[in-house]
Design a protein around this ligand. Structure first.
Ligand SMILES: Cc1ncc(COP(=O)(O)O)c(C=O)c1O
Length: 375
């Protein structure tokens, strides 16, 4: 079925007890047993499972074309859980050298102390990946495409082919495109990660994370262990908010993609803008690959270089309609002078401005950008 239909119906069956069309929120932390100590229903204890979380996990698995999904409290809790479920101390992990800075910090900080050997590679350059694999085996290749914040595009099918030959797992952080535009498991990835805080929630009112894996994955038990023994689970009310967000995911992602395409074209035509990174632009280095692996748009995220740290700072400060805040994927458009958010360890160019295009009318967003460039 079309993703627009899946978004509306996944995990949304009518509640058999009450007939309620919208799912009930089960807040109970524990579940009763009968006089013989048998469980009355299917659930045991909130950390092990909860009917509202079950619905969300089923919906996420369906949207990504996976066999099972795991809802965790944040995107970073999800990446931590997946890396610890799939890897052992001593394993080597290759990761996109342009990557959400929190995951990079996790790989190079706590997970390096745990024993991982984490190495950045430009995964948009397959020769660089071949060279890294020829230097030694890798347990996992960790991809973001388009990457955060420079929108480099990685050819998922080509990396999967190399990973198969090298005996590596492929994990894809699919937060930016969302399953509306890209379904990495269909292209052979072994795991998909989401910060559900972003497009899946869609309203900047819930923080969450998820991992989705194929039906035959060896990661089922290790991921259940991360939830049940590691203790990393999403609370029921947050699961419910995410289920509500999913219903409009396809509409929101398509609207944001249209707005981002229009803004990218506007910025590209302005001589004061040094560079625009958006895979929907025909001359973007990632365009051909993105056109092949993204369906129905190139996403709501883009970045632009304004020539200097001062110009970027001034521009962001002059915007009136856009909200200056970190994060992305909500209905409202957000803007960041990215290096100022990432801090001293940042590898982001100092003149880069990152845009998360919301679902407002593109002409209103562009008018504000135009007045801020003139300011
Ligand atoms: C691509 C990507 N992955 C992971 C994360 C981490 O998610 P969270 O903030 O929900 O922990 C983010 C957050 O910005 C992100 O943009």
């Amino acid at each position: 079925m079309d993703q627009r239909t899946v978004c509306v119906h996944a995990g949304g069956e009518v509640d058999p007890g009450s007939g309620a069309v919208t799912p009930p929120i089960h807040l109970s932390s524990t579940f009763a047993r009968d006089a013989d100590n048998a469980l009355v229903g299917e659930h045991l204890y909130g950390r092990y499972g909860n009917p509202t979380r079950d619905r969300l996990e089923r919906a996420l698995a369906e949207l990504e074309g996976g066999g099972s999904a795991y809802a965790l409290p944040t995107g970073l809790a999800a990446s931590m859980a997946l890396l610890q479920a799939a890897c052992s101390p001593g394993d080597r992990v290759l990761f996109s050298d342009d990557l959400y800075f929190g995951v990079r910090k996790q790989l190079l900080g706590p997970l390096t102390r745990w024993g991982l050997v984490a190495e950045p590679v430009d995964l948009s350059d397959l020769d660089a990946l071949d060279a890294a694999l020829s230097r030694g085996s890798a347990r996992m290749i960790w991809i973001e495409t388009p990457s955060n914040p420079q929108l480099r595009v990685t050819d998922l099918a080509a990396v999967v082919a190399r990973a198969r030959a090298a005996g590596s797992l492929v994990a894809v952080d699919n937060t930016w495109p969302s399953p509306v535009l890209t379904r990495p498991l269909e292209l052979g990835a072994d795991a998909v990660l989401h910060s559900t805080t972003k497009y899946l929630g869609g309203h900047s009112d819930v923080v969450g994370g998820a991992v989705v894996i194929p039906a035959d994955s060896a990661l089922v038990e290790p991921m259940l262990e991360q939830q049940r023994v590691g203790g990393s689970v999403q609370a029921p009310f947050d699961c419910w908010l995410l289920l509500r967000g999913l219903r409009t995911l396809a509409l929101r992602v398509r609207a944001a993609s249209e707005g981002a395409q229009a803004l990218a074209e506007f910025l590209h035509a302005d001589p004061r803008v040094v560079a625009v990174a958006y895979p929907g632009l025909p001359d973007d280095p990632g365009h051909a690959v993105a056109a092949r692996q993204m369906r129905g748009g190139f996403g709501g995220m883009l970045s632009a270089r304004l020539g200097s740290r001062e110009a970027a700072h001034r521009f962001v400060g002059a915007l009136r309609l856009w909200t200056r805040a970190t994060s992305l994927g909500g209905v409202e458009s957000l803007v960041e002078h990215r290096i100022a958010v990432e801090g001293p360890d940042s590898t982001t160019p100092p003149d880069l401005v990152r845009f998360s295009v919301g679902i407002e009318a593109p002409e209103d967003l562009i008018a504000d950008v135009a007045q801020a460039l003139d300011a």
